[in-house]
Design a protein around this ligand. Structure first.
Ligand SMILES: NC(=O)C1=CN([C@@H]2O[C@H](COP(=O)(O)OP(=O)(O)OC[C@H]3O[C@@H](n4cnc5c(N)ncnc54)[C@H](OP(=O)(O)O)[C@@H]3O)[C@@H](O)[C@H]2O)C=CC1
Ligand SMILES: O=C1OC[C@@H](O)[C@H](O)[C@H]1O
Length: 389
């Protein structure tokens, strides 16, 4: 029998809508017969009408789904097993604490929190209360990501020494985002780094860090530059170089280091014509070849494996693999399935993104912000709870 999870949706914005549409897809269409998802409550901090409209607009079976006009009622609902937090970054710490305090498991949108200190407290709280907690870095749960990690671990491209990842949207920044949109608003912990740079870091970490045995994963040193957006001071472009002490596989003597180059921008684009003409946005380079990931880093659509030429200059065959999205989905159902399996198996954290790794990535982003001089308002950097934002 499929293990059924009852979801409570906190917030009714863009990603909440995308997530519930995926939750409502039949798991069989992605060959997942062991889990099932049910949406039993939706809450909007704006009004109960907004929650009700969200339920109708997204065709959530309304007889079994409560609508709330505040988040406290959602976390208090006994028909909710796990809360999906889909608010801006600035609010994640307070919102996740609210859910954990009420005894609910949590899946929280990226970036996990504003800073590493907040993430550490959330993980410690979940641990003490025996509750599941996961940062919703959905891309990690794509079959594509799992395949790429396995290829690296099997040594298919040799010793992996460098990963470059670019998550950048170009365009009219002033016209598109103005001053108040969450993408650029410091009050909501906006900026390219926390919103998009997290995906470049995800690719760097899941290829150069996560592929190592746990006891060999060591935090990198960080060098970075940042350009502020002139209207708000949040970063519009950030480039990071990470130096990891051990490469994958780690069998060279002395151990070789690996480098991660993580780029993000809302001013220039990684894929300007949106057809891939500029080349792959992710390149994972090993001593025996390269894996290129195609599509945007948060929602890749395929990959290419390029074996290195041999000593005589003979090239191997390039293999390209397309990775479709079942049932017209966005791809968020794979992380939801992971949550269900973790709950079924009594796990508090997911192997795909352990708490320790979320914390190290938040520490990297803290250091990048320190080097770039980007601070957010004290109230959203605070670890005090509860705090009225
Ligand atoms: N995984 C992914 O692919 C994506 C993830 N995200 C992440 O999801 C989160 C939300 O992003 P997105 O859905 O695009 O944002 P939206 O602005 O579309 O929605 C955010 C929602 O949060 C609620 N909210 C609560 N307090 C505030 C506040 N002070 N200001 C604004 N909204 C508030 C509102 O819902 P209500 O009124 O109902 O309470 C609002 O609709 C972010 O962490 C973002 O990084 C975003 C896009 C894609
Ligand atoms: O997480 C995200 O991924 C997709 C982007 O469109 C969005 O801005 C970002 O928040």
């Amino acid at each position: 029998m499929a293990y059924n999870v009852r979801w409570g949706i906190m917030a009714t914005g863009w990603i909440a809508e995308t997530f519930v549409r995926d939750l409502l897809k039949d798991p069989q269409t992605r060959d997942a017969s062991d889990v099932a998802h049910q949406i039993t409550a939706v809450a909007s901090s704006s009004s109960v009408d907004k929650a009700t409209q969200f339920i109708h607009a997204n065709k959530i079976p309304s007889a079994s789904c409560a609508a709330y006009g505040d988040y406290q009622s959602l976390v208090d609902d006994p028909n909710v097993d796990v809360v999906y937090v889909a608010t801006p970054h600035s609010h994640h710490y307070q919102n996740v604490m609210l859910a954990l305090t009420a005894g609910k498991h949590v899946l929280c949108e990226k970036a996990f929190t504003v800073n590493a200190a907040q993430t550490k407290i959330l993980c410690e709280t979940a641990r003490k209360k025996g509750l599941f907690l996961m940062e919703a870095v959905w891309t990690r749960y794509f079959p594509l990501s799992i395949q790429v990690r396995e290829m690296i671990q099997k040594g298919e491209i040799g010793e992996v020494l460098r990963t470059m990842a670019d998550t950048s949207f170009g365009g009219d920044v002033e016209g598109k985002w103005g001053k108040t949109h969450r993408m650029v608003n410091p009050e909501l912990a906006g900026g390219a780094l926390l919103d998009l740079g997290i995906y470049s870091l995800t690719w760097v970490f899941q290829t150069l860090y996560h592929t190592l045995p746990r006891d060999q994963r060591k935090p990198p040193t960080v060098t970075s530059v940042m350009t502020p957006y002139h209207l708000t001071g949040a970063d519009e472009s950030t480039t990071i170089v990470l130096d990891f002490p051990t490469s994958t596989p780690s069998n060279s003597t002395p151990p070789r280091r690996s480098h991660g180059i993580a780029m993000t921008s809302i001013r220039v684009a990684a894929d300007p014509d949106q057809r891939g003409s500029a080349g792959p946005v992710i390149r994972i380079q090993g001593t025996k070849g390269e894996i290129q990931v195609l599509g945007m880093p948060f929602r890749p659509t395929g990959y290419r494996v390029i074996p290195a030429a041999d000593a005589d200059g003979q090239a191997g065959e390039v293999r390209e693999v397309q990775c479709p999205f079942p049932d017209g989905g966005h791809g968020m159902f794979w992380e939801a399935d992971e949550v269900a399996r973790c709950l079924r198996d009594g796990k508090l954290e997911s192997e795909g993104l352990p708490w320790e790794e979320s914390i190290v990535i938040m520490e990297v982003m803290d250091e990048v912000r320190r080097q770039g001089g980007l601070t957010y308002p004290a109230k959203i950097e605070s670890t005090e709870y509860p705090l009225d934002l």
